[in-house]
Design a protein. Structure first.
Length: 337
Protein backbone atom coordinates (compact mmCIF):
# COMPACT_ATOMS: atom_id res chain seq x y z
CA UNK A 1 0.00 0.00 0.00
CA UNK A 2 1.27 3.44 -0.94
CA UNK A 3 2.10 5.39 2.21
CA UNK A 4 1.39 9.13 2.30
CA UNK A 5 3.09 10.94 5.17
CA UNK A 6 1.85 14.42 6.04
CA UNK A 7 4.28 16.65 7.93
CA UNK A 8 2.48 19.06 10.28
CA UNK A 9 4.69 22.03 11.08
CA UNK A 10 4.21 24.65 13.76
CA UNK A 11 1.47 27.06 12.72
CA UNK A 12 -0.10 24.63 10.26
CA UNK A 13 -3.38 25.65 8.63
CA UNK A 14 -6.02 23.06 9.64
CA UNK A 15 -7.79 23.02 6.29
CA UNK A 16 -4.66 22.26 4.29
CA UNK A 17 -3.54 19.71 6.88
CA UNK A 18 -6.77 17.75 6.50
CA UNK A 19 -6.81 17.56 2.69
CA UNK A 20 -4.51 14.53 2.17
CA UNK A 21 -6.22 12.30 4.70
CA UNK A 22 -9.62 13.16 3.25
CA UNK A 23 -8.72 12.66 -0.41
CA UNK A 24 -6.31 9.73 -0.20
CA UNK A 25 -8.13 8.15 2.72
CA UNK A 26 -11.23 7.35 0.70
CA UNK A 27 -9.51 6.14 -2.48
CA UNK A 28 -10.42 2.50 -3.04
CA UNK A 29 -9.61 -0.20 -5.55
CA UNK A 30 -12.18 -2.29 -7.46
CA UNK A 31 -12.79 -4.60 -4.50
CA UNK A 32 -13.07 -1.78 -1.96
CA UNK A 33 -9.49 -2.15 -0.75
CA UNK A 34 -7.78 1.07 0.41
CA UNK A 35 -5.17 2.32 -2.02
CA UNK A 36 -3.28 4.59 0.36
CA UNK A 37 -2.24 4.66 3.98
CA UNK A 38 -2.12 8.22 5.33
CA UNK A 39 -0.28 9.09 8.52
CA UNK A 40 0.50 12.47 10.05
CA UNK A 41 3.68 13.36 11.89
CA UNK A 42 5.51 16.31 13.38
CA UNK A 43 9.22 17.03 13.59
CA UNK A 44 9.43 15.87 17.20
CA UNK A 45 6.21 13.88 17.70
CA UNK A 46 4.76 16.59 19.90
CA UNK A 47 1.55 18.58 19.30
CA UNK A 48 1.83 21.63 17.05
CA UNK A 49 -0.05 24.89 17.06
CA UNK A 50 -2.42 25.65 14.21
CA UNK A 51 -3.57 28.98 12.85
CA UNK A 52 -6.92 28.30 14.51
CA UNK A 53 -7.71 28.30 18.24
CA UNK A 54 -6.55 24.73 18.79
CA UNK A 55 -3.46 22.56 18.53
CA UNK A 56 -3.04 19.21 16.79
CA UNK A 57 -1.71 16.12 18.54
CA UNK A 58 -0.18 13.37 16.38
CA UNK A 59 0.99 9.82 16.95
CA UNK A 60 4.21 9.97 14.95
CA UNK A 61 7.46 11.88 14.97
CA UNK A 62 10.13 12.39 12.33
CA UNK A 63 10.78 8.64 12.16
CA UNK A 64 7.70 8.38 9.92
CA UNK A 65 9.38 10.45 7.21
CA UNK A 66 11.70 7.60 6.28
CA UNK A 67 8.69 5.38 5.53
CA UNK A 68 6.99 7.77 3.09
CA UNK A 69 6.29 6.93 -0.53
CA UNK A 70 4.80 10.41 -0.86
CA UNK A 71 5.59 13.23 1.56
CA UNK A 72 3.15 16.13 1.73
CA UNK A 73 3.98 19.44 3.43
CA UNK A 74 0.86 21.54 4.01
CA UNK A 75 0.89 25.30 4.53
CA UNK A 76 2.21 26.54 7.87
CA UNK A 77 3.02 29.99 9.18
CA UNK A 78 4.82 29.05 12.37
CA UNK A 79 7.98 30.86 13.42
CA UNK A 80 11.03 28.68 12.94
CA UNK A 81 9.86 26.82 9.85
CA UNK A 82 12.53 28.47 7.72
CA UNK A 83 14.91 31.35 8.34
CA UNK A 84 14.37 34.71 6.63
CA UNK A 85 17.18 33.88 4.21
CA UNK A 86 15.33 30.81 3.01
CA UNK A 87 17.29 28.22 4.98
CA UNK A 88 15.72 25.40 6.93
CA UNK A 89 15.93 25.45 10.69
CA UNK A 90 18.22 22.80 12.13
CA UNK A 91 15.47 20.56 13.57
CA UNK A 92 13.50 20.60 10.31
CA UNK A 93 16.62 20.01 8.23
CA UNK A 94 17.58 17.02 10.37
CA UNK A 95 14.08 15.56 10.10
CA UNK A 96 13.90 15.97 6.31
CA UNK A 97 17.33 14.42 5.90
CA UNK A 98 15.75 11.07 6.78
CA UNK A 99 13.46 11.11 3.73
CA UNK A 100 14.38 8.29 1.35
CA UNK A 101 15.67 9.11 -2.15
CA UNK A 102 12.91 8.71 -4.69
CA UNK A 103 10.15 9.81 -2.32
CA UNK A 104 7.53 11.89 -4.12
CA UNK A 105 7.61 15.37 -2.61
CA UNK A 106 4.47 17.51 -2.50
CA UNK A 107 3.64 20.91 -1.06
CA UNK A 108 0.32 22.63 -0.49
CA UNK A 109 0.24 26.43 -0.60
CA UNK A 110 3.24 27.97 1.22
CA UNK A 111 4.55 24.52 2.07
CA UNK A 112 6.46 25.22 -1.14
CA UNK A 113 8.87 27.34 0.90
CA UNK A 114 10.13 24.17 2.57
CA UNK A 115 10.70 22.37 -0.73
CA UNK A 116 12.49 25.43 -2.10
CA UNK A 117 14.65 25.73 1.01
CA UNK A 118 15.62 22.08 0.52
CA UNK A 119 16.85 22.98 -2.96
CA UNK A 120 14.33 20.66 -4.61
CA UNK A 121 12.81 23.40 -6.76
CA UNK A 122 16.01 24.94 -8.15
CA UNK A 123 15.67 25.30 -11.90
CA UNK A 124 12.23 23.69 -11.86
CA UNK A 125 8.69 25.02 -12.38
CA UNK A 126 6.66 25.48 -9.22
CA UNK A 127 3.77 27.46 -7.82
CA UNK A 128 2.55 28.75 -4.48
CA UNK A 129 -0.28 30.93 -3.20
CA UNK A 130 -0.59 33.91 -5.53
CA UNK A 131 -0.38 36.31 -2.57
CA UNK A 132 3.12 35.03 -1.76
CA UNK A 133 4.41 34.47 -5.30
CA UNK A 134 6.47 37.66 -5.54
CA UNK A 135 8.09 37.15 -2.14
CA UNK A 136 8.69 33.49 -2.93
CA UNK A 137 10.40 34.41 -6.20
CA UNK A 138 12.63 37.00 -4.50
CA UNK A 139 13.62 34.53 -1.80
CA UNK A 140 14.23 31.67 -4.23
CA UNK A 141 15.28 33.25 -7.54
CA UNK A 142 16.34 29.92 -9.06
CA UNK A 143 12.77 28.59 -8.96
CA UNK A 144 10.65 29.08 -12.10
CA UNK A 145 7.53 30.35 -10.34
CA UNK A 146 4.21 30.19 -12.17
CA UNK A 147 1.70 32.15 -10.07
CA UNK A 148 -1.26 31.50 -12.37
CA UNK A 149 -1.80 27.73 -12.19
CA UNK A 150 -3.58 25.69 -9.55
CA UNK A 151 -0.71 23.24 -9.30
CA UNK A 152 2.48 22.14 -11.03
CA UNK A 153 3.38 18.50 -11.64
CA UNK A 154 7.09 18.22 -12.32
CA UNK A 155 7.28 14.48 -11.94
CA UNK A 156 8.70 13.64 -8.52
CA UNK A 157 8.08 17.12 -7.08
CA UNK A 158 4.64 18.74 -7.11
CA UNK A 159 3.48 22.10 -5.75
CA UNK A 160 0.04 23.63 -5.42
CA UNK A 161 -1.46 27.06 -4.98
CA UNK A 162 -3.31 27.95 -1.80
CA UNK A 163 -6.08 26.26 0.14
CA UNK A 164 -8.50 24.39 -2.16
CA UNK A 165 -5.82 24.00 -4.82
CA UNK A 166 -4.43 21.34 -2.49
CA UNK A 167 -7.59 19.36 -3.19
CA UNK A 168 -6.97 19.73 -6.93
CA UNK A 169 -3.41 18.51 -6.54
CA UNK A 170 -4.29 15.50 -4.37
CA UNK A 171 -7.03 14.49 -6.81
CA UNK A 172 -4.49 14.82 -9.62
CA UNK A 173 -2.14 12.48 -7.78
CA UNK A 174 -4.89 9.88 -7.36
CA UNK A 175 -5.67 10.29 -11.03
CA UNK A 176 -2.01 9.90 -11.98
CA UNK A 177 -1.67 6.82 -9.80
CA UNK A 178 -4.98 5.04 -10.48
CA UNK A 179 -6.83 6.75 -13.34
CA UNK A 180 -10.02 8.72 -13.75
CA UNK A 181 -12.52 6.16 -12.52
CA UNK A 182 -11.03 6.02 -9.02
CA UNK A 183 -10.55 9.79 -8.96
CA UNK A 184 -14.12 10.54 -9.98
CA UNK A 185 -15.36 8.34 -7.14
CA UNK A 186 -13.09 10.13 -4.66
CA UNK A 187 -14.27 13.52 -5.94
CA UNK A 188 -17.90 12.51 -5.53
CA UNK A 189 -17.16 11.37 -1.98
CA UNK A 190 -15.59 14.75 -1.21
CA UNK A 191 -18.43 16.58 -3.02
CA UNK A 192 -15.97 18.45 -5.25
CA UNK A 193 -15.43 18.45 -9.02
CA UNK A 194 -12.71 16.05 -10.21
CA UNK A 195 -11.07 19.00 -11.95
CA UNK A 196 -11.49 22.77 -12.17
CA UNK A 197 -11.21 25.05 -15.14
CA UNK A 198 -8.49 27.70 -15.18
CA UNK A 199 -5.77 28.62 -12.73
CA UNK A 200 -5.45 30.83 -9.70
CA UNK A 201 -5.18 33.94 -11.87
CA UNK A 202 -8.96 34.12 -11.62
CA UNK A 203 -8.69 34.52 -7.83
CA UNK A 204 -6.02 37.22 -7.72
CA UNK A 205 -7.24 40.49 -6.28
CA UNK A 206 -7.80 42.98 -9.06
CA UNK A 207 -9.51 46.38 -9.22
CA UNK A 208 -13.27 45.94 -9.36
CA UNK A 209 -14.54 47.04 -12.79
CA UNK A 210 -17.11 49.79 -12.98
CA UNK A 211 -20.69 48.47 -13.06
CA UNK A 212 -21.02 49.48 -16.72
CA UNK A 213 -17.90 47.55 -17.76
CA UNK A 214 -18.71 44.63 -20.05
CA UNK A 215 -17.34 41.18 -19.24
CA UNK A 216 -15.83 38.54 -21.47
CA UNK A 217 -17.49 35.77 -19.43
CA UNK A 218 -20.48 35.30 -21.78
CA UNK A 219 -18.11 35.03 -24.73
CA UNK A 220 -15.98 32.47 -22.92
CA UNK A 221 -19.08 30.39 -22.21
CA UNK A 222 -20.14 30.79 -25.86
CA UNK A 223 -16.70 29.70 -27.07
CA UNK A 224 -16.73 26.58 -24.89
CA UNK A 225 -19.83 25.41 -26.76
CA UNK A 226 -18.05 25.91 -30.11
CA UNK A 227 -14.55 24.53 -29.59
CA UNK A 228 -14.93 22.55 -32.83
CA UNK A 229 -15.05 25.84 -34.75
CA UNK A 230 -12.04 28.02 -35.66
CA UNK A 231 -13.06 30.94 -33.36
CA UNK A 232 -10.74 33.65 -34.69
CA UNK A 233 -10.05 36.60 -32.43
CA UNK A 234 -12.20 39.10 -34.39
CA UNK A 235 -15.17 36.74 -34.07
CA UNK A 236 -14.69 36.47 -30.31
CA UNK A 237 -14.40 40.24 -29.98
CA UNK A 238 -17.49 40.75 -32.11
CA UNK A 239 -19.48 38.38 -29.92
CA UNK A 240 -18.39 40.39 -26.87
CA UNK A 241 -19.29 43.61 -28.72
CA UNK A 242 -15.82 45.00 -28.20
CA UNK A 243 -12.97 46.06 -30.40
CA UNK A 244 -10.24 43.45 -30.70
CA UNK A 245 -7.87 45.61 -28.67
CA UNK A 246 -10.40 46.16 -25.88
CA UNK A 247 -11.35 42.49 -25.87
CA UNK A 248 -7.74 41.34 -25.47
CA UNK A 249 -7.15 43.81 -22.63
CA UNK A 250 -10.38 42.92 -20.82
CA UNK A 251 -9.77 39.19 -21.33
CA UNK A 252 -6.31 39.44 -19.76
CA UNK A 253 -7.71 41.38 -16.81
CA UNK A 254 -10.39 38.77 -16.12
CA UNK A 255 -8.62 35.52 -16.96
CA UNK A 256 -4.92 36.31 -16.57
CA UNK A 257 -3.89 35.15 -20.06
CA UNK A 258 -4.53 36.15 -23.70
CA UNK A 259 -7.56 34.69 -25.53
CA UNK A 260 -5.50 32.47 -27.83
CA UNK A 261 -3.66 30.80 -24.95
CA UNK A 262 -6.92 30.28 -23.06
CA UNK A 263 -8.57 28.77 -26.12
CA UNK A 264 -5.75 26.27 -26.62
CA UNK A 265 -5.99 25.22 -22.96
CA UNK A 266 -9.72 24.63 -23.28
CA UNK A 267 -9.21 22.57 -26.42
CA UNK A 268 -6.51 20.49 -24.78
CA UNK A 269 -8.75 19.99 -21.76
CA UNK A 270 -11.67 18.91 -23.94
CA UNK A 271 -9.42 16.53 -25.88
CA UNK A 272 -8.15 15.00 -22.64
CA UNK A 273 -11.70 14.44 -21.50
CA UNK A 274 -12.70 12.77 -24.76
CA UNK A 275 -9.60 10.57 -24.68
CA UNK A 276 -10.54 9.49 -21.17
CA UNK A 277 -14.29 9.09 -21.43
CA UNK A 278 -14.97 8.06 -25.03
CA UNK A 279 -13.83 5.58 -27.67
CA UNK A 280 -13.79 8.19 -30.44
CA UNK A 281 -10.89 7.92 -32.89
CA UNK A 282 -8.10 10.41 -32.30
CA UNK A 283 -8.66 12.14 -35.63
CA UNK A 284 -12.31 12.74 -34.75
CA UNK A 285 -11.32 14.09 -31.34
CA UNK A 286 -8.92 16.46 -33.08
CA UNK A 287 -11.78 17.69 -35.25
CA UNK A 288 -14.27 18.06 -32.39
CA UNK A 289 -11.82 20.06 -30.29
CA UNK A 290 -10.90 22.50 -33.04
CA UNK A 291 -7.35 21.28 -33.63
CA UNK A 292 -8.34 20.01 -37.05
CA UNK A 293 -5.64 17.38 -37.50
CA UNK A 294 -4.18 14.56 -35.42
CA UNK A 295 -0.72 16.08 -35.71
CA UNK A 296 -1.95 19.41 -34.32
CA UNK A 297 -3.67 17.65 -31.42
CA UNK A 298 -0.53 15.60 -30.77
CA UNK A 299 1.63 18.74 -30.77
CA UNK A 300 -0.54 20.69 -28.33
CA UNK A 301 -1.19 17.74 -26.00
CA UNK A 302 2.52 16.95 -25.82
CA UNK A 303 3.30 20.62 -25.13
CA UNK A 304 0.76 20.66 -22.29
CA UNK A 305 1.39 17.35 -20.52
CA UNK A 306 4.32 15.71 -22.29
CA UNK A 307 2.56 12.66 -23.79
CA UNK A 308 0.89 11.65 -27.04
CA UNK A 309 -2.89 11.18 -27.36
CA UNK A 310 -2.64 7.39 -27.48
CA UNK A 311 -0.30 7.24 -24.49
CA UNK A 312 -2.69 9.46 -22.55
CA UNK A 313 -5.67 7.28 -23.49
CA UNK A 314 -3.88 4.08 -22.42
CA UNK A 315 -3.24 5.60 -19.00
CA UNK A 316 -6.53 7.33 -18.24
CA UNK A 317 -9.25 5.79 -20.40
CA UNK A 318 -12.46 4.99 -18.53
CA UNK A 319 -15.88 3.89 -19.70
CA UNK A 320 -17.71 6.12 -17.23
CA UNK A 321 -20.20 8.58 -18.65
CA UNK A 322 -18.68 12.02 -19.26
CA UNK A 323 -19.39 14.69 -16.63
CA UNK A 324 -21.66 17.58 -17.52
CA UNK A 325 -18.85 20.12 -17.83
CA UNK A 326 -16.46 18.36 -20.15
CA UNK A 327 -14.04 21.28 -20.42
CA UNK A 328 -13.18 21.43 -16.76
CA UNK A 329 -9.76 19.82 -16.46
CA UNK A 330 -6.84 20.91 -14.27
CA UNK A 331 -3.88 23.10 -15.03
CA UNK A 332 -0.89 20.75 -15.26
CA UNK A 333 2.73 21.17 -16.16
CA UNK A 334 4.45 18.16 -17.77
CA UNK A 335 6.47 15.88 -15.55
CA UNK A 336 10.09 15.09 -16.25
CA UNK A 337 10.78 12.04 -18.40
Amino acid sequence: MHRVVVLALDGVIPFELSIPSRVFGIAEGPDGEPLYEVITCTVDGRPVRTTADFSVAVEHGAEALATADTLIIPAAYGAGMIHELGRLTDPLRAALATVRPGTRMVSICVGSYVLAAMGLLDGRPATTHWGHAEHFQRLFPRVRVDPDVLFVDDGDVLTSAGAAAGVDLCLHLVRRDHGSEVTNKVARGCVVPPWREGGQAQYIERPVPAPSTASTAPTRAWALERLHESLPLPELAAHARMSVRTFIRRFREEVGMPPGQWLIRQRVDRARHLLEASDLPVDLIAHQTGFGTTSSLRHHLHAAIGVSPMAYRRTFHTHESPPEHAAELPQVRPGRP
